[in-house]
Ligand binder design. Structure first.
Ligand code: GRF
Length: 199
């Protein structure tokens, strides 16, 4: 199977995926990195690992769907079977989600359904939760709502600052995402309604 990673920024999850591929913890092929920001560190990481990448500039497309149609062209050319969103800061159109239904994974830095949205770590910290965590889920049209693949919690201590919590969350993400990708690539995930069953 071939997969693509979509990233917009720092790309630490992309790096964790690249490292896991090298260690054969993910036994499938990362064939393309799709990025929407030319200054994204994710692009440099892809280049260093010799993974083909494409930059799609949102400003060149009048609407979301036309951007997504361009992305699909690249995915088809690279024969991509499934998609891994890793810090991709754009909402995908219904057109794109239908085209790859059940084949788009996302990672979110909270225990969903708590703290949806773009500032989950900050929001959880501000809420002074005692426990938070990371969720890997399938992407559906409703934001941060799709069926949950893996979730892991971590404790927030009274010593934690926002920065230390971010560090812990990212560490957990880098462990959990490669695991979920490998499960999907091996065909070990199936649906029972909203429930994801791991075989
Ligand atoms: C991660 O915290 C991920 O959960 C969220 O965006 C962040 C991306 O970080 N969706 P990076 O670009 O992978 O370092």
């Amino acid at each position: 199977m071939n997969f693509a990673v979509f990233a917009s920024g720092h790309g630490s999850n992309l790096q964790a995926i690249i490292d896991a591929l090298k260690k054969k913890k993910i036994k499938t092929r990362l064939a393309l990195v799709v990025c929407d920001r030319k200054d994204a560190r994710a692009l440099q990481r892809a280049a260093k690992a010799k993974i083909p990448s494409v930059l799609i500039d949102p400003q060149s497309f009048p609407n979301r769907e036309l951007f997504d149609r361009e992305a699909v062209k690249h995915l088809e050319a690279a024969r991509i079977d499934f998609i891994v969103l890793a810090g991709f800061m754009r909402i995908l159109s219904p057109y794109f989600i239908k085209a790859y239904e059940g084949k788009i994974l996302n990672i979110h830095p909270s225990l969903l359904p708590a703290f949806k949205g773009a500032h989950a770590i900050r929001d959880a910290f501000a809420h002074a939760v005692k426990v938070t965590g990371v969720t890997v889920h399938f992407v559906t049209e409703e934001l941060d709502h799709g069926p949950i693949i893996l979730q892991e919690s971590l404790a927030v201590s009274s010593q934690d600052t926002l920065a230390s919590l971010e560090k812990k969350i990212h560490g957990l993400e880098h462990k959990l995402y490669p695991k979920a990708i490998d499960l999907f690539a091996r065909g070990r995930l199936s649906f029972a309604g909203r429930k994801v069953v791991i075989r």
